[in-house]
Design a protein around this ligand. Structure first.
Ligand code: E4P
Length: 220
């Protein structure tokens, strides 16, 4: 199972790398706006800095802002020329689907984002998206079952041998990661804190504390 980090923060990316838990990075316009970037040039430099931290098959999903088809193509091409590790992240709209098809024909990787329904995921796969990002947490927030969506998408993609990889997004807590791994999808993308939460167990803390105390009570 792959762990992508949902952030545009270089420190967090380095931290995930040092943990050995970095298989890729996803960003979105809200995340990039939290960094020290004030214009397009800054953003491009920032994306390049992220890409320079990536190895082997790891990649960075960088999202386009435009919604007009021609502008989407222009923006996506600019992003993909920036660095070979960039995957163009495109929202699921009518123009988005057309843009994904365009990039897929050009062998440029895409991540179809803001997926909240099975129908959207089918269209993204039909258009040739490399990745699809269903937003688990935001569905849970409105009392829908995000995990059911992931199960359905996986089932349909398997039925039709779609090559689109499922990258579960909007991950809020460790159970999301565990349940996604049971379903068997390609990857989750989460904030680093959620990965740290997987570490926590009170019996581990109590056990470690006792081991250290027992050792020091006898051995000087
Ligand atoms: C997906 O790629 C998005 O960047 C992200 O996972 C959204 O998560 P949020 O709902 O926590 O903002």
């Amino acid at each position: 199972m792959k762990f992508f980090i949902d952030t545009a923060n270089l420190k967090e990316i380095d931290e995930a790398r040092s943990l050995g838990m970095l298989d890729g990075v996803t960003t979105n316009p809200s995340l990039i706006s939290k960094e020290s970037v004030f214009n397009q040039k800054d953003i491009q430099k920032h994306y390049i800095s992220i890409c320079q931290r990536l190895k082997n098959e790891e990649n960075l999903s960088a999202e386009i802002i435009s919604t007009d088809y021609n502008k989407m193509i222009q923006e996506g091409e600019e992003l993909s020329f920036l660095h070979p590790k960039i995957v163009v992240k495109i929202p699921i709209t009518k123009n988005g689907i057309k843009a994904i098809k365009y990039f897929s024909n050009k062998k440029i990787k895409t991540n179809c984002t803001l997926i909240f329904s099975t129908g959207q995921a089918i269209l993204a796969a039909k258009a040739g998206a490399s990745y699809v990002s269903p937003f688990l947490g935001r569905l849970d927030d409105i009392s829908h079952n995000g995990l059911n969506l992931i199960r359905e998408i996986k089932n349909i993609y398997e039925n039709y041998h779609f090559k689109t990889k499922i990258l579960a997004a909007s991950i809020r807590h460790p159970l999301h990661i565990i349940e996604c791994s049971k379903i068997g999808i390609y990857a989750t993308t989460s904030p680093i804190n959620v990965i740290y939460s997987l570490l926590n167990h009170p019996l581990t803390d109590i056990g470690l504390d006792k081991f250290i105390k027992d050792f020091h009570s006898k051995i000087k």
